[in-house]
Design a protein around this ligand. Structure first.
Ligand SMILES: [Zn+2]
Length: 1001
């Protein structure tokens, strides 16, 4: 019935080990003695025998999973699929996993299957609910209970107590997010069967006290491709396993970094499921380190989490480690893997909503075959790993299943044993989240209505609503003192973190200074159940440089979307008259006039206007002009000619753009706002980063062709077909690998065939060849003929190293530490169309490399410290016995000359090496020269090494341009604030030389 019974159960077992269980050599001692199947007529003898044959040693088995109970009516995985969960060399397609779950639901009143959405490629995702029959019959009531407990504002304490006594905690298990991690769907089928059928006190207790919810395959598209790859490998055993570029339709392991941006179907489907069920625990099953890592993390833990959450996941982990160790499993541990900082993992669906998020990492072979594995570092004992994994092991898929399933059963049993405690904790966490506004604060975040980039602002508010966060709108203008930073006791306000942070300058507003906000400002209140999530997404992060971080350190959404936002501690803000925002935009007046001026504020809504009306003529003003107010260079003009007016009005109604109706097109120089022919390039090495670019372009409805580097190598005249080639970062090995590809060998196809029907998204007969020197030549020819090549991070490095961008170098930065941080960049050349719509500064996502420097000459001879001599430090040195000759002042570089000043002496001989100004790289964006102003959010140390360094460079080549980004402008559907750096370049691809060379001052 409860967990208290299992140690006793364990000690009962002490009989002889069947020979089959020890078929593989196993290191002694085997602490668990296997129960003979003959003593258990209630077991499925054949299935039980197969479990024992597939397990490579008795020490990798527990009494919980060394058998399977028989059922006359409910099909086992073996009866349905022909093999047991974790059978050697067998892996199950997602559709068959789902079909099995549905067969369970048909056969057992204890199982019910729910469709929870589809994947990008149209495959189904499911959730399976398992509990005793009475609970399954009343699922609606139990869901109502957890839903009501989720919002303490609408529930009295006494009623909550009654609901806690009546309710059942929901424990949500999810598998196969990462496609090469293959064991969890197999395990979850068997677990579902066992939970439905087994009559031990432990399982019956789970069934009676917990609602187990299972999504057996999260990344359904990728799962099917992984099974294809295994089939191909089995048919071609000597060729190894082909590299796996498309874990999902877009990204690889980053599908577990999408909980902030919700760009992927699996994130949205799980979030929706979570918000419909309100589970108390989400437990995500991964495979990597040996043999079973149970999540806690090394820290730093996310600073916005309730300590009670951290206490609870630690308690659960410690308990399972101890119990599994007591059952004799070697290598179950916690703490020393992953940090706990970023809120972008899928299991943050729990943390963000007052539930417990956790994960397992079991040891997986990727392929289902049994393998001899070597474990080096992690077989060492450590304080958090007193029972380390074995240094060498023969490991099977079934071993993996045994570990996962034993752990999951113990976790479920522990929750079952403390049914009301988990509901009580959930209720308490909700109450503390609501109280947050008045205890630790802040009271709210305010996004002033009087700011630019209303499209990005509304997108962010919509995202928060999708996340379950309530958003309000101020009914009228209001003024509030921020009361942050706090005053030191008895003294004046301390200097410290700024109260009000704006994307553009981070300038602090005074602690008691009243700040005014416009009517219609968005207010995200912290006295709501999901305030923790809102706070972590909207606040500013600080991470010490000596932390060992696992992923991004800064994600502040206001910065990432280039918005102004204010953290208000003063609870008076909660009394401002406001109403819930329902996601709608204000009504727009009818379109008058002969033309429309549309502000370019580097907002994604401007891109949406262009792409929604591909046939409508739009112009870019190359000069400033005056309407009812002044309009700057870069303003978009839409002639309201012919029948365009209703269409333009319809599209504008769905956007939040600042416009003015003009009586006539202004008489200024313009060029067409082009919707050019764009190609987006991927390698066959990794598609993860470019997947985020595809998501960004598709979200903006910007059409593009999807090409591999191999196609670039084959097409000598790319300019005939494309205007812009976007080459996102690859970040897989050295940049030379992009050119050289995989080592030569027999072809590795990535193709749909009868054997591999699920391989896509792109196809090739052989993944090995790279871009090649032919591809480099074709890219150079493309740019020389007027094309624009956009590169970022390592593809920018590639362009530099292979001669596509001259007079730019990548400089070493031994002291720099900036792991996935949001930094401030400044516009250094506002005349470039790439900078259209931006203010003086832009928040950018920077991941520590590369760091660029432009110039044709090594640093000039610099004036050193003066020699010891007369006078003071600032005085000239005066040699004796001759008249004094002053040293000439060092020349100051003019616009565009920095890095290109030839040595002062013997200029004649340097002349041939000095590029003409129009051929020089043009720095459009740079990090500020003041190192201590660069960090906005996350980690930054050694900032001196990036101070003043270029962030975006336009390197001309022939008639075209190569754009080099040191940052990643399109990252995880979160950095909309820098999207316009790319889309401006796309829309103005044939006018990038505007304002260049710079006018001499
Ligand atoms: Zn994983």
């Amino acid at each position: 019935m409860t967990s208290r019974s299992f140690p006793a159960t364990l000690l009962l077992l002490s009989l002889a080990v069947p020979a089959t269980a020890l078929a593989q050599p196993a290191p002694a001692p085997a602490p668990y003695a296997v129960e003979p199947a003959a003593a258990h007529p209630e077991w499925d003898a054949e299935y039980t025998r197969a479990i024992r044959e597939a397990t490579t040693g008795a020490q990798f088995m527990t009494d919980l999973v060394d058998h399977l109970p028989a059922s006359a009516t409910v099909p086992t995985p073996k009866r349905f699929l022909g093999y047991i969960a974790g059978a050697p060399d067998r892996l199950t397609y997602a559709g068959d996993v789902h079909a099995y779950m549905r067969a369970l639901a048909v056969a057992s009143p204890r199982v019910k299957v729910f469709a929870i959405g589809t994947t990008e490629e149209g495959r189904e995702m499911i959730a399976v609910a398992i509990a005793d029959e009475a609970t399954i019959t009343s699922l609606g009531r139990y869901r109502e209970i957890t839903a009501r407990l989720s919002d303490p504002r609408t529930l009295a304490e006494g009623e909550a107590k009654r609901l806690i006594a009546e309710g059942k905690p929901i424990y949500y298990l999810t598998g196969a997010m990462h496609s090469p991690e293959t064991g969890s769907p197999e395990m979850l089928m068997e677990l579902a069967y066992r939970l439905a059928v087994e009559d031990t006190p432990l399982v019956a207790g789970i069934r009676a006290n917990v609602i187990t919810l299972i999504t057996p395959v999260l990344e359904v598209d990728g799962r099917d491709r992984m099974v294809d790859l295994v089939r191909w490998h089995q048919a071609n055993p000597d060729a190894g396993v082909p590299p796996f570029p498309y874990w999902g339709h877009y990204v690889a392991h980053d599908d577990n970094r999408d909980a902030i941006g919700l760009g992927l179907a699996l994130s949205r489907n799980v979030l929706r499921t979570f918000l419909e069920w309100h589970p108390q625990v989400v437990h995500d099953l991964h495979e990597s380190v040996p043999f079973l890592y149970i999540s806690t993390g090394t820290g730093p833990y996310n600073a916005w989490l309730d300590p009670l959450v951290i206490d609870e996941f630690t308690r659960m982990a410690d308990r399972e480690v101890a119990e599994l160790t007591a059952k004799g499993l070697p290598g179950v541990w916690t703490h020393g893997f992953y940090d706990g900082w970023a809120p972008n993992y899928l299991f943050w669906v729990a943390f963000g909503h007052n539930a417990i998020g956790r994960f397992y990492e079991t040891f997986g072979n990727h392929v289902p075959s049994t393998e001899d594995r070597v474990v080096r570092r992690m077989s060492e004992r450590a304080w958090y790993r007193p029972n380390p994994p074995l240094p060498a092991v023969r490991w099977s898929l079934r071993d993996n299943v045994n570990y996962q399933e034993s752990g999951a059963l113990l976790a479920l049993a522990n929750v079952a044993a403390e049914r009301t405690r988990f509901l009580e904790l959930y209720w308490t966490l909700g109450k503390r989240s609501v109280a947050k506004a008045r205890t630790e604060g802040p009271a709210a975040y305010v996004f002033d209505a009087a700011q630019k980039r209303q499209g990005q602002l509304r997108d962010l508010m919509r995202l928060l609503r999708t996340q379950g966060v309530e958003v309000h709108v101020a009914e009228k203008p209001f003024t509030v003192a921020l009361t942050w930073p706090p005053k030191a006791p008895g003294g004046p306000a301390k200097a410290g973190p700024v109260a009000a942070v704006g994307a553009n300058d981070g300038a602090g507003k005074g602690t008691e200074e009243s700040t005014r906000f416009a009517a219609g400002s968005f207010i995200v209140r912290m006295d709501q159940p999901y305030s923790r999530l809102a706070d972590t997404l909207l606040d500013t992060q600080y991470v010490r440089a000596d932390e060992r971080v696992y992923d991004d350190t800064g994600w502040t959404l206001g910065y990432a979307r280039n918005l102004e936002f204010t953290r208000v501690v003063n609870p008076e803000v909660l009394a401002v008259p406001m109403r819930p925002w329902n996601g709608t935009s204000p009504a727009r007046p009818a379109l008058a006039g002969a033309a429309l001026a549309v502000a370019n504020t580097a907002d994604t809504d401007l891109v949406r206007l262009r792409t929604a009306l591909p046939g409508t003529r739009m112009l870019v003003a190359e000069e400033a002009f005056k309407g009812a107010r002044p309009w700057p260079v870069g303003t978009v003009l839409v002639p309201l000619e012919g029948g365009t007016r209703p269409e333009v009005a319809r599209v504008l109604a769905s956007l939040a753009l600042d416009t003015e109706a003009l009586p006539a097109l202004p008489a200024v120089r313009t060029h067409e706002l082009a919707l050019p022919r764009v190609a987006l390039v991927h390698t066959w090495l990794s598609t993860q980063n470019e997947g985020w670019y595809r998501l960004a372009l598709e979200d903006l409805k910007l059409p593009f062709a999807y090409l591999s580097t191999q196609q670039l190598a084959r097409e000598p005249d790319l300019r005939a077909t494309y205007d812009v080639i976007l080459f996102p970062p690859v970040e897989r090995g050295d940049v030379q690998d992009i050119v050289s590809g995989l080592p030569p060998g027999p072809p590795l196809p990535w193709k749909r065939t009868p054997l591999t029907p699920n391989l896509g998204v792109d196809e090739t007969d052989d993944m090995r060849p790279g871009l090649g020197l032919a591809g480099i030549t074709n890219l150079a020819r493309f740019v020389e003929a007027g094309g624009v090549l956009i590169t970022a991070q390592d593809t920018a490095e590639l362009a530099i190293r292979y001669g596509l961008a001259r007079w730019v170098e990548v400089v070493p930065t031994p002291k720099l530490k900036a792991t996935g941080s949001l930094l401030k960049a400044v516009i250094t050349d506002a005349a470039s169309p790439v900078a259209f719509g931006y203010d003086g500064t832009v928040p950018v996502y920077f991941d520590g490399a590369p760091v660029f420097k432009v110039g044709a000459f090594a640093d000039r001879e610099r004036d050193g410290d003066r020699p010891s001599g007369r006078g003071g430090k600032g005085d000239p040195d005066v040699p004796q016995g001759r008249p004094y000759v002053a040293r000439p002042e060092a020349p100051k570089p003019g616009p565009g000359e920095e890095g290109f000043q030839p040595p002062e002496d013997l200029r004649l001989f340097y002349q041939p090496y000095v590029p003409r100004i129009e051929d020089r790289p043009r720095v459009i964006l740079a990090f500020p020269k003041e190192a201590d102003t660069i960090l906005l959010s996350g980690m930054l140390d050694g900032a001196d090494e990036i101070a003043g360094k270029p962030v975006v460079i336009d390197a001309p080549l022939g008639r075209g341009h190569v754009l080099l980004f040191a940052i990643n402008p399109m990252w995880r559907v979160s950095t909309q604030g820098s999207y316009a750096l790319v889309t401006n370049a796309i829309f103005n691809f044939d006018r990038l030389s505007l304002g260049w060379p710079p006018a001499a001052k």
